[in-house]
Design a protein around this ligand. Structure first.
Ligand SMILES: Nc1ncnc2c1ncn2[C@@H]1O[C@H](COP(=O)(O)OP(=O)(O)O)[C@@H](O)[C@H]1O
Ligand SMILES: [Mg+2]
Length: 300
């Protein structure tokens, strides 16, 4: 049977119907509103000419069997560890995305850009009827392949006869959505022209990029991502991250250790990745050992 033109998002909804999820569960999985799920379900019923959602579920299960697909990738990667602090940065970055179509969260490696961008994308997801997409550009070596990475993230297949960038622009043209483009730094030469075309072709699309350096395009709003705050001593974001990760390896520092933890976080300049590495080692090194070893090897 020829498949009627089903959008990437409808295909995701269909696959989840095949797993017998409720509209609310589908909304939660795809970071879209229940009403948006309802509208996708009715358009699927119409396009596939099926009577009800049970028929949609059967259709989805049958096509999953024939294509051998495991279902759509999740819209946002789910972090495996708890998110800590960042109340102010989170609100500021969200406000920037509401106000500007292309925002770049800028900061050094390990400072916490990706985590912050994911938190903000989750916070904003309900405001975008077509939800959020996430594309990680780390595996992209060639700047001309930026569009192809976005295509893969949003579920647009590459076709031999068609330029993949054009296919993405066409697929997202009427989407009211947020695209998170993570790790742009090494392919900025490709990201800049691609985003210029994408934003022009897709008037309701917004892009939240993360990068070690600004993209340096006229339409960019750069928002610096600072290190984790050390304000408030043992109540700070930096200390909270250390405590959480130390507890995760089974060695939460007792109350007597808090001054030492504050000092370690300060030595590490509040860099999130460095704090995680230190917290993972403190059980074996102890706080004194950590402080002594901090000269170089734990620095990023
Ligand atoms: N606010 C946070 N809460 C919890 N973990 C964080 C937070 N910020 C950063 N991390 C963790 O610190 C590490 C580095 O953060 P990441 O976002 O990957 O940095 P960047 O993208 O700037 O290189 C990751 O393991 C991440 O999960
Ligand atoms: Mg990152």
């Amino acid at each position: 049977m020829a498949t009627p033109s089903i959008s990437a998002r409808e295909a995701e909804v269909l696959a989840l119907l095949g797993e017998h999820l409720s509209n609310a569960e589908i909304a939660g999985r795809l970071f879209i509103s229940v009403r948006t799920v309802e509208s996708h379900v009715s358009s699927l019923l119409r396009k596939l000419q099926l009577p009800d959602r049970r028929a949609l579920a059967r259709h989805a299960a049958a096509s999953a069997r024939t294509t051998g697909q495991a279902g759509p990738p999740p819209a946002l990667p789910a972090p495996l560890t708890a998110f800590v602090g960042r109340t102010r940065e989170r609100a500021e970055l969200a406000a920037a995305v509401r106000a500007h179509r292309q925002v770049t969260a800028v900061g050094p490696g390990g400072v916490g850009k990706t985590r912050l961008a994911l938190a903000v994308a989750g916070d904003l997801a309900g405001e975008f009827p077509d939800g959020v997409w996430f594309a990680d550009l780390v595996p992209v070596a060639d700047p001309v392949r930026v569009g192809a990475a976005v295509a893969a993230a949003v579920g647009v297949g590459e076709q031999p006869a068609r330029d993949v960038d054009d296919a993405v622009l066409a697929a997202l043209a009427d989407h009211d959505a947020l695209l998170v483009l993570d790790n742009c730094e090494h392919v900025r030469d490709g990201v800049a022209p691609f985003l210029e075309r994408l934003l022009a072709a897709c008037p309701r699309l917004r892009v939240l990029a993360t990068s070690r350096a600004r993209l340096v395009v006229p339409f960019e709003r750069a928002v610096p991502v600072p290190p984790l705050s050390r304000a408030g001593g043992d109540e700070s974001d930096a200390v909270a991250l250390f405590m959480d990760r130390a507890a995760a390896v089974g060695w939460p520092p007792g109350p007597g250790a808090s001054a030492g933890v504050v000092a370690v976080c300060e030595r590490l300049d509040g860099m999130a990745l460095a704090i995680e590495l230190a917290a993972a080692r403190w059980a074996t090194l102890g706080l004194d050992g950590l402080a002594a070893g901090l000269g170089d090897q734990l620095r990023i």
